[in-house]
Structures are given as C-alpha cells and as structure tokens.
Design a protein around this ligand. Structure first.
Ligand SMILES: Cc1cc2nc3c(=O)[nH]c(=O)nc-3n(C[C@H](O)[C@H](O)[C@H](O)COP(=O)(O)O)c2cc1C
Length: 403
C-alpha cells in the first residue's frame, strides 16, 4: 500500500453538524494514506458522532475539552498544536467559524487553533442561508486574510431536504487539498506539470469510433504524486477515463487531434509534460456524417486510416522535461530506447503492454536520456510507481540528469 502522507501529523477538528459522519470517512482515508491523525471534537460534534469511532480509526485519543490530554509528556493543546503538519476542520460549523474569527479558546479545538502555526484548511458545511449569511462570510473572509485555506461547500441536497449551497465538499476534494497543502514547498514546488491520461476515440461515424481500454489510472496517480511534490497540475483526459480526480484542474478531449491541440496550448507555460495517455496512432481518414448502415451484399467494409501526429515528439518547448510511456509486447527495452531518442524525451517508462494495461500493478523499466543504464523497478502499484517517476522528474529538474 502506497502511503504518501507517512510521517505527517494531522489534527482533524470535527464540529457539530450533520456532516460530522463524513469526517469518519475522511479520517479513514487519511489514515490509509499513512497520516497520523488526531481528532478533536467540539461538544456539539459528540451529539452526532461517538469519539470511539475516531479513536478506533486513528488509534489515538480523541479530545474535546482544553483540560484533557495532559498525561505523561503531553501538554494538551500545546503539544497537538506544535506537532501538527496541517490542521483541518471538517465539517466546520457556522458557530466554529465565528469562534475562530474571534479567537475563542473555550475548548480543545479553539485552543489548538490559537496555539498552532500549522496551515489550516476549513471545510464549511451548513444550511444554505447560514452559509450565505453576511456574518459567516465576514468571519470566513477574516480567516482567509489570516492565511487559512477554505474548501468551499457544494450545492445539492442538504440535510433539511432542501436544495441549496452548504453541503460539505466531497471527501476526495478535501484529501487532494490536504495533499496540496502538505506538498507545498516540495521538490517540484511551483512547477507546472501537464499530464495526459486515458485513451482517445477516433470517430468512424457519429456513433462509432476506434478506441482502446486505457483507464487513465496511471495518469491520475501521476497527478496526485506531482501534487504531493508541490507541483501545479493540469490533467488532459481522454473519454475512456470514468473517474475524474476531485480538486485537480481537468480538461476533457475526445480525439488524438484534440489532445494534440490541448497539449500544445498547455505546455506554453509548463515545466514538465508527462504523456501517459494511450493515443490512437491512426484515425479514419474521414468520419461519416451519418450513421453507416449495413447494406445487403456488402460483407466487407473497409475504413481508410491516416496517421495521427505524434504528440510528444511534436512538442519542442525550450527547457520542457518530456516524459513518455512505452507499452510494448516485444523487445521492450530496445523499442523504448529508440522511441526516447526519436521523440526527444528525457525519461521513458517502459512497460510490458499485456501485463500493464488494465492492471493495478506495474513492473516498469525507467530509461533516461544520456548514458545511464535502464533501471528495472520492482513490481509495484501504480500509485507507488507514480511517486518513483515524479521523484526522478524532480531530480532531472534540479540537476539536468539522473545519476
Ligand atoms: C440536527 C442539527 C444539525 C445541525 N447541522 C448544522 C450544520 O450542518 N452546520 C452548522 O453550522 N450548524 C449545524 N447545527 C447547529 C450546530 O450544532 C450549533 O450551532 C452548535 O452550537 C455548533 O457547535 P460547534 O461549532 O462547537 O460544533 C445543527 C444542529 C442540529 C440540532
């Protein structure tokens, strides 16, 4: 299991709204990413959730009162505040947002918030009018002025049954924001990384296309790993990608030609281009404008194909680090080395096509520009492979070569 938040200590403040139950999911996912999570609940939050749930998920004590947590070497709110890498409040009630704006320290959460210098992420959740009330908005503006990150609530069905603004942001969006905050200042800090993922559809007629089954898993894993390294990520996704990562800049394209245009637009101010998409090599010479019909007596239908542009080879932006993927069935390393040279790449990730496509694990070989021999990596999950690739991109960015 890949755990990018290993060694990170997160204080999660849970306050008294219906969405408190979603904080259990957030806690579980943070723990699965390797974080050491310490939950602090307001008294009102305890009306909605039992502390035992969070204690069991985190294996850490759950505090509410400022008079708790003073056993042994622990100095209550002072220790929690001093050791935090990030403080999250999810869900944040209107009441707690007001308490924060006024700097009240009448419970453990309020005291931790005053005593910590760690970055603060606030995920509000409340009824529509509470959210839009000028008091709530003014209190939030105060928190933004003080440097807090806000993850805006979403519109949709609220607990009251009414539709409006105020639903807690999707937990996956919160997770990406946490990773972005923790990754800030990382080895790719401030670098713009463009990543393509998924397969393309090449139209035959209005309802049919030539395509492939690429899921985009590798590209999405790369996007998250780049965020962990502090990068600003732009993802260009083909139509085969069904799960869009929350909280990441995403552009949708359908065909290879559209992806070609999108990549050329995106790289003008980028530092790194990673082409993880499975782009069709050929497209029908012309797509029929109406649905092609079966005709009696015609048993063979031919479609003329023309070559699509090689997207990564066509990008020649000065100083851009170019990373490509080669999925081959035969002569993997040799073919990958030839492609690296002909496309002017800095790194090539070579995979056995049959073993990789559609699989959650990969046994990749990393080939780099220059004389460094190919590096065979152990079999690992695509999340872990993504981190390995991003670490090498960061080294290339720093030193100009892999050593
Ligand atoms: C059933 C119920 C649901 C509530 N949901 C919310 C909510 O989603 N957001 C909110 O700001 N307050 C909500 N409240 C009001 C808060 O619980 C109340 O303002 C409380 O004082 C918040 O305390 P805290 O900020 O210390 O957790 C709800 C109250 C009840 C009874």
């Amino acid at each position: 299991m890949h755990e990018p938040l290993t060694g990170k200590r997160i204080i999660l403040g849970v306050t008294g709204g219906i969405a408190a139950y979603k904080a259990a999911d957030l806690t579980s996912k943070l723990v699965q990413l390797g974080a050491d999570v310490h939950v602090v609940m307001s008294d009102a939050a305890r009306e909605f959730m039992q502390p035992l749930t969070f204690q069991a998920l985190t294996r850490n004590p759950v505090y509410s009162s400022v008079f708790e947590g003073w056993e042994g070497d622990d100095a209550g709110h002072v220790t929690l505040a001093a050791t935090a890498d990030v403080v999250i409040i999810a869900p944040a009630t209107a009441n707690t947002i007001a308490r924060m704006a006024y700097g009240l320290a009448d419970d453990m959460l309020g005291a931790v918030l005053l005593a910590t210098t760690a970055p603060l992420l606030i995920a509000p959740a409340m009824e529509h009018h509470m959210w839009h009330h000028s008091a709530t908005q003014a209190n939030l503006a105060t928190m933004v002025e003080r440097g807090a990150h806000i993850i805006e609530p979403e519109a949709g069905r609220l607990a009251s049954g009414a539709h409006g603004d105020g639903r807690l942001a999707n937990v996956d969006r919160i997770l990406v924001e946490v990773r972005r905050i923790i990754g800030a200042g990382g080895p790719l800090s401030g670098n713009r990384v463009v990543i393509t993922a998924g397969g393309t559809h090449e139209a035959i007629d209005p309802v049919r296309f030539i395509g492939n089954g690429s899921s985009g898993t590798m590209g999405i894993a790369l996007a998250l790993a780049a965020i962990d390294a502090g990068a600003i990520v732009h993802l260009i996704l083909g139509p085969t990608v069904t799960i869009e990562p929350a909280g990441v800049s995403v552009e949708r394209v359908t065909s290879a030609l559209e992806m070609h245009a999108a990549v050329h637009r995106a790289v003008t101010d980028a530092d790194v281009l990673i082409m993880a998409a499975a782009v069709a090599d050929f497209r029908p010479a012309s797509a029929a404008t109406s649905k092609i019909k079966k005709q009696d007596g015609i048993d063979v239908q031919t479609i003329d194909l023309v070559k699509n542009p090689d997207i990564i080879a066509s990008v020649n932006t000065d100083g851009l680090i170019k990373v490509g993927f080669a999925a081959e069935t035969d002569d993997l390393i040799q073919n990958a080395q030839t492609k690296l040279a002909s496309k002017g790449l800095d790194l090539m990730i070579a995979n056995d096509a049959v073993a990789t496509i559609g699989s959650q694990v990969s046994r990749a070989t990393i080939i780099s520009r220059g004389s460094r021999p190919p590096e065979q990596l152990a079999e690992m999950g695509k999340d872990a492979l993504a981190s390995e690739i991003i670490a090498r991109v960061a080294t290339l960015r720093d030193t100009g070569e892999l050593r």
